[in-house]
Write a protein that binds this ligand. Structure first.
Ligand code: PLP
Length: 280
């Protein structure tokens, strides 16, 4: 099941062609996107997602995404969804057609959540660390590299996931050249140390995660300490739990890292899930 809404407030057939072949989103991956979790007809963290869409578009020097039109498209998709209780709602905003009048292309599409994600939510996953080829200062030094923007150019992220598969794992934890932990190709890393949650800072050139933020908000209220600070790869092995979070996967535990078994964090996951769900 899929539902497609356009920015002019109409529904369209997701099985029919809608995008021109010369759209720069298609030709160059020149655009931005968001993926939002909808549960029981309610989009989670909608404002933070729309704010991040704005921020990504600004990093690409695009015109601000029209918020009212995106909100209307979100409502249209949700209102016409007849599939499962939970679904993924993707917002896409591209620079429009090559040589055109500069009108961006935008749409919202609701899609079922894949079986693989549901399995990983329940069972956890194995991950490998992969070098992202950047150092801690690169995002500041070279903003044109768009580190930390949620651009449509995810080919590197997808290639990293294929590399993980070649190495017998399901997921990736990117690291800087000097061994500092970054994020997953589509997720934020969180580590648990006692009653403390830690995630790496977005100034390293990673995406500020809405799921991580929601979890930290709830955890802090419940008396946990939350830290946003650099993490070295070696620290992952000393943690009580390592988790990858994102809107659609929610919180997923990493059970094996670079072939080594990590401590059993199933009970911890239940606790974190409780905190996260308490936000909604
Ligand atoms: N980091 C990257 C690179 C991502 O693509 C995503 C989401 O897809 C995340 C982190 C997690 O962000 P969120 O929790 O807002 O979904």
């Amino acid at each position: 099941m899929r539902v497609l809404a356009l920015l002019d407030g109409t529904l369209a057939d997701p099985d029919s062609p809608q995008i021109r072949v010369d759209d720069l989103g298609l030709m160059r991956g020149d655009g931005v996107f968001e993926t939002i979790l909808v549960v029981g007809g309610k989009p989670r963290e909608l404002t933070p997602h729309l704010d991040r869409l704005d921020r990504s578009a600004a990093m690409l020097d695009m015109s601000p995404p029209p918020r009212a039109e995106f909100e209307r498209a979100v409502e249209l998709v949700i209102g016409n969804w007849t599939g499962g209780e939970e679904f993924a709602l993707k917002l896409v905003y591209t620079r429009g057609v090559e040589g055109g009048d500069g009108t961006p292309t935008g749409f919202a599409i609701g899609m079922e959540i894949g079986a693989k994600v549901l399995k990983q939510r329940a069972e956890g996953l194995s991950a490998v660390t992969l070098d992202r080829g950047i150092d801690a200062d690169l995002a500041d030094r070279a903003p044109w590299l768009l580190l930390g923007a949620k651009s449509l150019s995810y080919a590197i992220n997808m290639a990293a996931l294929r590399e993980a598969e070649r190495r017998g794992a399901a997921e990736v934890i990117f690291t800087t050249s000097d061994g500092s932990v970054l994020e997953g190709p589509t997720s934020t890393l969180i580590l648990v140390r006692g009653k403390t949650l830690v995630t790496p800072p977005s100034k390293l050139g990673i995406l500020p995660g809405t799921t991580q933020y929601a979890l930290f908000r709830a955890a802090e209220r419940a008396g946990w300490t939350v830290l946003v600070e650099p993490i070295q790869t070696g620290e992952l092995y000393d943690a009580e739990g390592v988790f990858l979070c994102s809107s659609v996967r929610k919180i997923t535990r990493v059970t094996v890292l670079d072939g080594k078994q990590l401590p059993d964090s199933a009970a911890l996951l239940t606790e974190l899930q409780g905190l996260y769900e308490s936000e909604y």
